[in-house]
Design a protein around this ligand. Sequence first.
Ligand code: ATP
Ligand code: MG
Length: 416
Amino acid sequence: MAKTETPRRIRGTQDIFGDEQRRFAHVLSTFERVRALYCFQRVDIPVFESTAVFARSLGETTDVVSKEMYTFEDRGGDSLTLRPEFTAGIARAYLTEGWQQFAPLKLTTSGPVFRYERPQKGRFRQFHQIDAEVIGAAEPAADVELLVLADQLLRELGISEGVTLQLNTLGDAATRDAWREALVAHFEAHRGELSEDSLTRLEKNPMRILDSKDPRDRPIADSAPDIDAYLTPEARAFFEAVTAGLDAAGVAWERNARLVRGLDYYRHTAFEFVTDKLGAQGTVLAGGRYDGLIGSLGGPETAGVGWAAGVERLAMLIDEPAVPEVDVAVVAEAQEFESAATKLTAALRRAGFTVEVSVTGNPKKRYEKALKTNPAYTISLSRRDGLASVSERGLRAKFQPDQFRAIIDSATGGLE
Ligand code: ATP
Ligand code: MG
């Protein structure tokens, strides 16, 4: 009979273990702690939605919708899509769950997202995002709070040094329309020099030419008109309020007039935290204000602003987190003490200590094996000169001698 082939891991997915897992968990626990400081609530939403949720809210012309989504028909014939990001699903939930009554709503979530992209360092097909959104707040204070949150997260992860906040405004609807017209005129005048991709963008989404990575597009993108000349007084005041808030909170930022969000519903603030330490995958956290999104899903006009960050990219940047310490290693150096060791171990763990227990394998080697877990303290149960004996040893200064006496006595009282 032919040997069964071992299944393969799907390209672009990950099995996260060991050091990588510790990095990953550290990013998530830090996010969890920091979001609570800002009084954001955690929300969990489905991994898949009706395809229309993403197609309508992200827009048919975006890379994500046109070529990156995992879309399939379920057994009932409905078109479903694995979430490529969180914002659309949260906006859908806001409408279907009647969360309008809680507005303004400060939410965070995290979990796997899916995009059919070419896998490379920092780019996966199933990756993970942390995400923060404020829905129903039209004031620049919401943008500021989200950005200060992001900044504190990066500081607490110890990576703010190498990461820069780049900030831009896309103005209000009137600003955007006027600027768009000026951009189209500029790009039309340079049609012959643009890349094929940018010629398509010119038809569908001309702003995206501004952040093209193609060297043929760069000179034309760089010489394109800035939005500044087209800002309405309201849009200018909004941007000034955001930058003043960041300055007041002590968050460093720099203006990047080429930073855009291609979708029509983006307004005002657009931002990215970028690093040069991850090659082409340099954006670690990105977001902006999307006041038109909920309207485009068929809901009432509702303001919104938010960001998402790639957990893998953050995890690659942080220092390696410490391996969790073992407080106590309990060793049964003879089979007859195994149940006493189990009792003692349970008592220590219930008292809140981290305990590794050695009750399997060669009894004589158990002590050596226990030392490999690098415990701060060992408690060994053995028979010495015919007598049951408990020996303790502190290996690091973490615990006092005899600190565990009472627990040991009550767990091993009957030892003979
Ligand atoms: P990029 O330009 O790198 O493709 P993007 O504009 O598609 O990024 P967003 O949609 O803004 O990214 O997603 C937010 C964050 O999610 C990114 O800043 C990045 O950290 C992370 N991210 C995006 N795509 C991937 C991926 N395929 N693998 C890992 N992380 C990703
Ligand atoms: Mg992308």
